[in-house]
Design a protein around this ligand. Sequence first.
Ligand code: ATP
Length: 317
Amino acid sequence: MASKSRFVVGSHVWVEDPDEAWMDGLVEEVNEDELVINCTSGRKVNTNILGVYPKDTESPRGGVEDMTRLAYLHEPGVLQNLKSRYTLDEIYTYTGNILIAVNPFQRLPHLYNNHMMGIYKGAEFGELGPHPFAIADRSYRLMINDRISQAILVSGESGAGKTESTKMLMQYLAFMGGKAQADGRSVQQQILESNPVLEAFGNAKTVRNNNSSRFGKFVEIQFDENGKISGAAIRTYLLERSRVCQISDPERNYHCFYMLCSAPPEDCKKYKLGDARSFHYLNQSNCIELDGLDDSKEYVETRRAMGIVGISSDEQV
Ligand SMILES: Nc1ncnc2c1ncn2[C@@H]1O[C@H](COP(=O)(O)OP(=O)(O)OP(=O)(O)O)[C@@H](O)[C@H]1O
C-alpha cells in the first residue's frame, strides 16, 4: 500500500485514471495525504496518496522478459511492462515460471513453426524468450526426469487466447512425443485433430470472441517410459446448452450448424438442409456469416478431422 513517506515533490509516480487505467507523472505538491500530480499527458491531478504508486524510471524501454526483475511488481508496473513489450510484438512475458500471453489479434505463424519448436527443444528454461513452447518443454522434461505427471493450467478471461495457447502447448507436446507412423492416424495427429472437432461443436461467436469455447476442457496426454505419446483423453465440462435453441444478436449458434448449412449440395439434399437463415435456431440473430470464416471449407475440414480422431463415416451422419 502507498505510504505518505514514499512521495516527495519530484517523485515519479503512477496515478489511477478512470479512462486510461494508469497515468504517469511527477509529484508537484504534497499536502498530508493529498498529492498534486503533473501527468505526462498534460493533465494535473489532485488525488489521495492511496491511489498513487511509485514509478521505476530505470526499467528498460522495451520492458523486461521476466517481471520478477521489476523494481515494483504492482499493477501499473506490470501493465506498463506488458504494454512496452506488446508494442514491440513481444506478446509473451514471464513472471517467474508463469507465462503471460497478450492476445496479438493477428496471425504470427513464424512464432509457432517446426523451426521454433526445434529451438525450444531441450533449451534451459529462461534461456530463450518467453513462449508456450518453453512451458511445454519444461513440463515434458520434468515428467521425463522426475517421472511425475505434470499439469499446465491455462486461464484468462473470454477472448484472452486460452484456446490458442492450449493448441500451441499440445502442438509442442505432440512434437516431442510423436512417433513416426505410416498409417496417417498416429495418436499425436489424433490429439491435434481433436481441436477442430471440439471447436465445431463447442465454439460459437460471442460479443467478445468469434471463436469462443462455450465449455471447459481437461486434456490428458499420456506418455510411455520413453517419452512417446501412448494415449490421450479429453474431458469436457459445462457446455452452454441454452445456446442451441436461444441466441441473441450479434452472436451465433455453435459453428457446426452453419457448417451443415454450407455442406456440399449432395449432403444438403441428403440431410434436408438449406440456407441457415431459414432455421429458427439460427435466424434469431442477424449474424450468419463470419469474416474470414468459410463454413463450407470448415465443413469439409471438420469431417476430415472427425475421420482422423476415429469417428467413422457411418457415425458422422
Ligand atoms: N497467440 C495468438 N496468435 C494469434 N491470434 C490469437 C492468439 N491468441 C488469440 N488469438 C486470437 O484471439 C481469438 C480469441 O482467442 P481464444 O479463442 O484462444 O480465446 P479464449 O481465451 O479461449 O476465449 P474463450 O474463453 O471465449 O473461449 C482467437 O480466435 C484468435 O483470433
